[in-house]
Ligand binder design. Structure first.
Ligand code: BMA
Length: 392
């Protein structure tokens, strides 16, 4: 009898565990943040579980504007083209740091916040990059690629302008802390600061700081947001640009496993140069690192400028993504923004590559919002939850 009771108590625990919250820790890998909140752990587990079989489509500023429209409610160019929004939504908070009400591409922060909540409620993924303004002069992120600028050295602890950096970081933290769901809970987001540091076009790029300074900047930023702003809802994405040919080179300025969750890369170049083999190599390197470290690999930025290549998705990109077990384990691919007819990276209604994109998203490996399970719920097996609904 006693044996039976123990057994049923044990069973009850197991069943409860499948639902909440012990199921939360079911995945063997954990986010980098020791104090990660429950929802971010669920999200992390779901991303890990989906990664081997599926690649999510992401689009920067998808809900903010597209070619020939701005600010329409619940609209995206990808929805116009396929009948579904993307699964992943990219945002950029450059400008929040110096107290602007709109970001560097004129997206009002209040509207961005509402859309981030909307994406979360629909079960999709938000990823936030940060084209941080220069804390020394209030100008943008871009600097001369040939002339070294000592911004990082001056804003680090002990530097002459550290206090100015803290003000900017406080405003950034306050925005991230304002991303909340209906019950006041912090919305899980991917945060992708100090990106493309392997180039020298941003003030935190290779030419403008030492390896030690870059790593300190990165670690200081994340620790400050986690501790001072109590942000336990972040998955942190590390995303250099191209320029590595092996894992050691990729990891040269890596800030540490306790900081990073997403092993990313921004690569526009390889396919532009008609070198798919380079993109395959770059993706396989990040996928192998992610696998070894128990993290998540993502293709954090790419795109075909103005969609000049009509068959880009099925002829150029899909063969690369499908190439190997490693490339297939990339969690998402984020395409850059549709600013206007002369600056866009995705098709829009009536565009000549729209049909090609529809073929791409119909591939069973590719996920848009309409086939994505809610990423903030616990499932016994999330791959059984993929809806077969294809875009119209
Ligand atoms: C660049 C371009 C710019 C934009 C910047 C930040 O790649 O799209 O127009 O301001 O990204 O989003």
């Amino acid at each position: 009898m006693a044996h039976k009771i123990i057994k049923s108590v044990y069973l009850a625990f197991c069943i409860a565990g499948m639902l909440w919250p012990a199921g939360v820790s079911a995945g063997k890998n954990k986010p980098a943040d020791q104090n990660a909140g429950e929802r971010i752990v669920i999200l992390y587990n779901n991303l890990q579980a989906l990664a081997p079989g599926y690649i999510m489509v992401g689009h920067q500023d998808a809900l903010s504007y597209g070619v020939k429209w701005v600010g329409d409610e619940n609209r995206s160019d990808l929805h116009d083209v396929t009948g579904s929004h993307p699964a992943v939504f990219g945002w950029d908070i450059g400008g929040i740091d110096i107290g602007l009400s709109k970001n560097l591409d004129s997206v009002p922060f209040d509207q961005m916040r509402k859309n981030i909540v909307r994406v979360y409620e629909a079960g999709g993924l938000n990823t936030i990059s940060w084209h941080a303004y220069n804390p020394l002069n209030g100008k943008g992120s871009w600097v001369d690629t040939q002339i070294a600028e000592d911004v990082v050295g001056q804003i680090l602890p002990g530097g002459a302008r550290h206090a100015d950096f803290l003000k900017n970081l406080d405003r950034t933290g306050a925005f991230l802390a304002s991303l909340r769901g209906k019950d006041g809970e912090l919305i899980p987001v991917v945060f992708r600061p100090w990106h493309e540091h392997s180039g020298s076009w941003f003030w935190w790029g290779r030419l403008h700081c030492t390896k030690k300074q870059y790593i300190e900047l990165y670690r200081f930023t994340i620790q400050f947001l986690r501790e001072k702003h109590a942000l336990n809802n972040l998955l942190i994405a590390f995303s250099p640009d191209i320029g590595y040919t092996n894992a050691t080179e990729y990891l040269e300025r890596y800030p540490g496993d306790d900081m990073v969750d997403i092993i990313g890369v921004d690569d526009y170049h390889s396919l532009r140069q008609n070198k798919p083999e380079n993109l395959i190599r770059n993706l396989e390197i990040i996928a192998a690192i992610a696998k070894e470290k128990g993290k998540i690999a993502a293709f954090t930025e790419t795109g075909c400028t103005n969609m000049e290549d009509k068959l880009y998705f099925t002829q150029n990109l899909l063969p690369v993504l499908q190439h190997s077990e490693l490339t297939r384990s990339i969690s998402w691919v984020l395409f850059w923004r549709n600013g206007n007819k002369k600056h866009h990276f995705m098709p829009y209604r009536g565009h000549k590559s729209a049909a090609n994109f529809r073929t791409f998203v119909a591939h069973p490996m590719i996920l848009m919002q309409n086939n994505l399970p809610n990423l903030y719920r616990v499932y016994p097996d999330i791959s059984k939850e993929i809806s077969g609904t294809l875009p119209d």
